[in-house]
Design a binder for this molecule. Sequence first.
Ligand SMILES: O=C(O)C(=O)C[C@]1(C(=O)O)C=C[C@@H](O)C=C1
Length: 368
Amino acid sequence: MASDEQLADIRRRIDAIDNQLLALINQRASCAQEVAEIKLEAARRDGAQSKPVFYRPEREAQVLRAIQDRNPGPLPSDYVARIFREVMSSCLALEQPLTVAYLGPPGTFSQLAARKQFGQSALPEAHSSIRTVFRQVEDRHCDFGVVPVENSTEGMVGQTLDCFLESPLQIVGEVELPIVHHLLVSGSGANQPIDLICGHEQALAQCRTWLDGHFADVPREACSSNGEAARRAQQDGGVAAIAGDLAAETYGLVALHEAIQDSAYNTTRFLVLGREAVPPSGADKSSILVSSRNRPGALLSLLRPFEDAGVSLTRIDSRPSKTEKWTYVFYIEFEGHFADKVIAQIMGELEEHSILLKRLGSFPKAPI
Ligand SMILES: O=C(O)C(=O)C[C@]1(C(=O)O)C=C[C@@H](O)C=C1
């Protein structure tokens, strides 16, 4: 068979498969609509004042894990999972379009994290501070929120932990993003000398060695976000921004130098904020804020129950309590769900040793 005919034959097969996919995806969407009806009916029966929560992070995590486990290839499992994330995002939009507050302006890694968690069919809303993202969800202006919590090179984001101290919100998910920074300039500034480099303070820190090696004499200025730095570069050809692909796309910038972060493993974790607790998904983490009286062995008494029960801690950090001098609140993240018997026992023991114990939420481990 001549190659033209071979090509035409394969394309006919692809068309036939696409038709099947189209029919199946729409059948799936109809099922999601039926699920929505059942959720609405249940809420009416319970006399709920507000709309039911259609988004089920634990169910989405289970679907994505099952898809990855069963994937026969040749597509890699994380590609397949991303496709199914989008399918669920579209199905959910038929049930209820979600609004998601994130740390803006448009083009930040927080926006990218929101997209990774909720897909393209959610409605992202940029907000100017981490505190405002919390408030948007607390006041029901947005359904969910996405905020950064830690970076692999720069550590914890203190502001996020401080907000949890005062907020009734729950952690309902986590998102991990590899952070790749570029040195971006406006198209018109590509041949112009750079007289200022802007970036979020964490971005500047994450690229410090590279900047010292390549632009030691150019002043650096910290901005409120990478998106804001990109906006500055768009307006002024002499300004270069440190930001990622989404910022380049959003503000029409070009990369003078790509992937300038000092660590190849530079990763940021984000937390997804919601108003309701998430049931177990089968592979979960939980977070608490806990504080004990300032006495010898205090931290040990908070950690021992985890060790005795053989529960792995995935993160521990401290913040000044802000109520008393030299007292600290510990942010502890661990494997398991508050509904697990062993975790409930640990919480019981911690209650005895602590002066503050706040459960921030149990949530599915990031499936992709
Ligand atoms: O199973 C549900 O509760 C659904 O609403 C269906 C579905 C899906 O498309 O699979 C859609 C949205 C939810 O976040 C979880 C799953």
